[in-house]
Design a protein around this ligand. Structure first.
Ligand code: COA
Length: 258
């Protein structure tokens, strides 16, 4: 039996690990994009405590499968499907960490940007090289990269198609942490496990408030925060957290994820 092009492992510590497994360059073929979409829906319907998205050691993902490109009609389907898939990843109601070792180019970079937090190995390389094919990012890159690093830097990266190494990626805010390559998975898994032990429903409210707030005015964003703050008080974990604080001090609550 052939292996799936994307693997999903649900660990005992509540962390789900999604691993791209599509041959030597981990191209985001139609099959990979569909599998990621299906996994994102499954992780939304039945959420773990936290998620780690990762790829190969030398290549996280080399971007869309260029051999599937054709004309504008094919492009319409390709961009619609990758947007739907990466939007579904972004909408998983848990903290989603990209653990990037090696090249994250084109759709690989866009997949990392659809995650909530990016940890890079020190040899990681990011980029939006579509312009070198005479086209532009079609998996959300123009929008998510600009929100992540600012419009002028996003334009420079997308218009030159150049590669951004891990240390620069950290400096410009494209990634959040850089760690030695051999510590990458341990760091991502331990951060994810820490989150998985937390008040995951309220973590989802915090994520939702930040994400929804980024596409509306400040006053609308502040209203969203108020709604979700109130919602968080309907969780059992808010009762557990407040009681534990009053009785035992900060940071001792044992949350139930409910
Ligand atoms: N889609 C389809 N095939 C791809 C691919 C992609 N995105 N990226 C690489 N490949 C193929 C190459 O054509 C080559 O095929 P071959 O073995 O039949 O000749 C094979 O994968 C290995 O690629 P190669 O460039 O020789 O490997 P490398 O280790 O020197 O470099 C990369 C790896 C990822 C840095 C380089 O392949 C690259 O820059 N890829 C394109 C990235 C890109 O433009 N992405 C945006 C797509 S819109």
């Amino acid at each position: 039996m052939t292996e799936p092009v994307v693997l999903l492992e649900r660990r005992d510590d509540g962390v789900a690990v999604v691993t791209l497994n599509n041959g030597k360059v981990n191209a985001l073929s139609g099959a990979v994009v569909a599998a990621l979409h299906e996994i994102a829906l499954e992780l939304t319907a039945n959420p773990p405590g936290a998620v780690v998205v990762t790829g190969g050691e030398r290549i996280f993902a080399a971007g869309a499968d260029i051999s599937e490109f054709g004309g504008a009609d094919e492009a319409r389907g390709i961009t619609a499907r990758i947007h739907a898939s990466l939007d579904a990843i972004a909408a998983i109601p848990r903290f989603v960490i990209a653990a990037v070792s090696g090249y994250a180019l084109g759709g690989g970079c866009e997949l990392s940007l659809a995650c909530d937090y990016r940890i890079a190995g020190e040899r990681a390389v990011f980029g939006q090289p579509e312009i070198l094919l005479g086209t532009i990012p079609g998996g959300g890159g123009t929008q998510r990269l600009a929100r992540q690093v600012g419009p002028s830097r996003a334009k420079e990266i997308s218009i030159t198609g150049r590669q951004v190494k891990a240390d620069e990626a950290l400096r410009i805010g494209l990634v959040d942490e850089v760690v030695p390559t051999d510590e990458l998975h341990e760091r991502a898994l331990s951060l994810a496990a820490e989150c998985a032990r937390g008040a995951v429903l309220s973590q989802a409210f915090a994520k939702q408030a930040i994400d929804r707030g980024l596409s509306v005015s400040l006053s609308e964003g502040l209203e969203i925060e108020q709604e979700l703050f109130i919602e968080s008080f309907r969780t059992n974990d808010s009762q557990i957290g407040v009681k534990s604080f009053l009785e035992h001090g900060p940071g001792k609550a044992e949350f139930t994820g409910t």
